[in-house]
Design a protein around this ligand. Structure first.
Ligand SMILES: [Zn+2]
Ligand SMILES: [Zn+2]
Length: 294
């Protein structure tokens, strides 16, 4: 495994297509340009919304990974480039701490010349993802606006409806002006059956600087991964592919359910290497051992 470097890397100066409607090149191009030196070319005018939208007008088919890979292929096809990159995010309650929101950002990378497909993932605890039902621009609404960093971060406003009721109605996207917001709340509240408008954070990258920052961090991680080449075949993209469980108990030395080592693998040839846990933990606390603490 070689150290991250762009000198002599197969991707130094190579073109990679990016399909985006939401200015994601601002986050992705500088990161991939720095390491491993990829040149991001934006595929203009592609309707990635056909793959589903955040605002829910078009449902998203497939898993987020599949959607990201499909988007990357759309860009490659449009530009006739052998490499493509695309981003996909999803947001919701934290899987363990249900009361806080979390984002999952994915970056898919494809190289058809080398036969590489990989998806880099980042759990984002920094997100303003939230919603509020309200009938007016009152004190409660103002505290919501402060919490979601409005107007630096835009909002979506629609009529509040019971789940499953998808009758057409007013829909405001990218709202980042207080006067427009006031009008949108009044109109959407009037169009609903309960007198409430539903305010949602606009999660499109160009309307959400927090999300754009997370995508930049993920792009840097993808860049570092692509900079690592496989010792067996020389392909870029050598990195974490899984873990092996069975870390031995510090007291009785029996294997536990804890991760024993991390597995790095090649995205192309299947070569893999074991390495110790990145946190340096060498044995398991007997409290985690079935034998010592049944
Ligand atoms: Zn034990
Ligand atoms: Zn390899």
């Amino acid at each position: 495994m070689s150290a991250p470097s762009r000198v002599g890397h197969p991707y130094a100066g190579a073109a990679v297509a990016l399909a985006t409607k939401h200015q994601k090149q601002d986050a992705i191009a500088p990161a991939l340009g720095a390491v491993p030196g990829l040149r991001v070319v934006v595929a203009q005018g592609l309707d990635t919304d056909a793959l589903g939208t955040f605002t829910g007008e078009i449902p998203r088919p497939g898993t987020p990974s599949q959607t990201a890979l499909t988007k990357a292929r759309l860009g490659m096809r449009a530009l006739g480039v052998a490499r493509g990159v695309a981003s996909e995010g999803s947001f919701g309650p934290h899987p363990e701490l249900g009361f806080v929101a979390v984002g999952v950002e994915l970056l898919a990378f494809i190289d058809d010349e080398l036969g590489i497909e990989l998806v880099e993932r980042r759990i984002c605890e920094q997100t303003n993802f939230a919603h509020l039902e309200t009938g007016a621009l009152d004190a409660r609404t103002e505290s919501f606006l402060a919490r979601v960093s409005f107007p630096a971060h835009a909002l979506i406003v629609r009529a509040n409806r019971p789940p499953g009721d998808d009758a057409p109605g007013p829909l405001y996207k990218g709202v980042s002006d207080l006067a427009v917001l006031r009008r949108a709340i009044a109109q959407c509240a009037a169009a609903s059956s309960d007198g409430q408008a539903r305010l949602e954070t606009d999660m499109r990258a160009h309307k959400n600087p927090t999300r754009m920052g997370e995508i930049a961090l993920l792009a840097a991680a993808l860049g570092r991964r692509l900079a690592q080449t496989c010792v067996a075949c020389g392909a870029p993209g050598f990195g974490l592919v899984g873990v092996e469980r069975g870390l031995r108990c510090c007291l009785c030395a029996r294997p536990t359910e804890l991760v024993a080592c991390e597995l790095d693998g090649c995205a192309r040839c299947g070569h893999s290497e074991r390495r110790p846990r990145s946190d340096g933990l060498g044995c398991a606390d007997p409290a985690c051992c079935e034998h010592c603490n049944p």
